[in-house]
Design a protein around this ligand. Sequence first.
Ligand code: MTE
Length: 424
Amino acid sequence: MRRRQWLAGEARADGVDRRTLLRLLAAAGLLTTPAAGLFVPDRAFARAPAAGSPASGIVKPLPAEWFVPQGTNAEMRWDALRDADGRAVTGRHIPVERFFVRNHTSTPLIDPDGWRLRVFGSGLRDAPPAARAVEFGLDDLRALPATRIDALIECAGNGRSFFTSQQGLVVPGTPWTLGGIGSARWRGVRLAEVLRRAGLTPGAVDVLPAGLDPEYVVDGVGFGHVRRPLPVAKALDDVLLAYEMNGEPLTPDHGAPVRLVVPGWIGIASVKWVGTVEVADRPLYSPWNTDFYRLFGPDYPPGGSAPVTTQVVKCAFELARGAVLRAGRSHRLHGRSWSGAAPVRRVEVSTDGGLRWLPAGLHDEPRAGNWTRWSIDWRPERPGAYELRARATDRRGNTQPEAAVFNREGYLFDAVVAHPVTVA
Ligand code: MTE
C-alpha cells in the first residue's frame, strides 16, 4: 500500500518531492565516496565533541585498533574481538566503548534532566496536536515497568563494500565491511507501554519516532531530523525505549538519554536521541521510508521495494582479513552468525574456497535478533594463500547465497564473504 501511495504521488517526504530528491542524490554521486561529501552536520545543535574524534562528530575515543573510521561513522574491527593469543576479549555483547557508531550527522549532547519525550498525533485518544503532546521525562519512563532485551543493532548497509570487491558492482554510501553491527543488552520500557499510557486508539496505523540530532542536509537541501515510521504492529510487539546499554545509562553516541531498539530490523529503525513520537491514524512517510532504505534495481518492482524491515543472514570471522597463520599447526577459527528473521540453525565453514563445507560448533543458544558465536578447528599443512568462508542458515531456511541481489544503494548484502588469509 505504501509503495502504491508513493508511486501515485500521494506520499511526500515532507516537502521534498521524489524528482528533486533523485536529482540531489545523483548530483551527490550518491555517493561514490564515504560519507564526507553527503553528511553536513549542523554543529550549532551539538556542543563541541570531546577530544578523541572531533572530525567524525562522534564523542567517544575511536582507537585505531578497535575502529575503522568511516566519515561520521565508526566501524567495529572484528579482529579486535580477540587478543594476540586468540583469546576472546568480549562476551556475546560488545562493550559500549567498542560498539560501532552510525550517525547521519553528529552526536548531540542532551541534558537528561531537561529531556522530554513528546507523544502526539491522530492515533491517540483526544488526539493532542503536536503543541499539546503527552509528555514523559526520563524519571517517568524509569518509573514504568522495565524490560531487558538482548538485541543486535545492524546498519542496512553492513557488508556493502563486498558488492564492489566480490561482485564488481558500484554502490554508493559508506563502504562497510562487516563491522556495522553490535550486540548489547538493552534495558528500558516497552514502546507499547508508553503508547498505551499516551492514549493509543485502535485506529492507530503508524508510529513515527524522531531524533534530536542535527537535521540531515544533502547539498543544501534539508531532510529534517532523522525519523522513520514503524507500523503500529511492530511498535506494539517488541520495540523498546531503551535508557540503558550493557547495564549503564546510554552514552551520547548510542542515543542518550533514550533511543529505540527495534529487534531484527535494520538499524535505522532504532532511532537514537528520540525526542518525539507521532502516532497517526494513517500511514506516515519520511525520506527514510520513501527514498532511503528501500531497494531499487532491476530485480525490484519499478519504483522500488516496500521499506526495508528485517535484516538478512550473515557471518563474520573474528580474524583480520589477510591474517597470517602458521602451517602445520591447528588453529581454532572463531566467528559469529546472525539473522534478523529467525535464530541461526547452522553454520558451515570452508577453508578451500568453497569446495568443501564443514559444520562449525555453535557456542550460544541461537536466538532471534542476536548472534551466535561459533568455532571450528583448522590445520593447514601447506603454506600459501587461502580463502576462508562461513555460511549460516537460519531456522526459517534463509541461507547465504553465493552472490547478493544488486540494489542501487547496496543494502542487505547477504552473500558468503571470502576471507583471505596467508598460511606461512
Ligand atoms: N538515530 C538518529 N537520530 N540519527 C541517526 O543518524 N542512525 C541510525 C540509527 N538511529 C541514526 C539513528 C542507524 S542507520 C543505525 S545503523 C543505528 O542508529 C546505529 O546505532 P549506533 O550508533 O548506536 O550503533
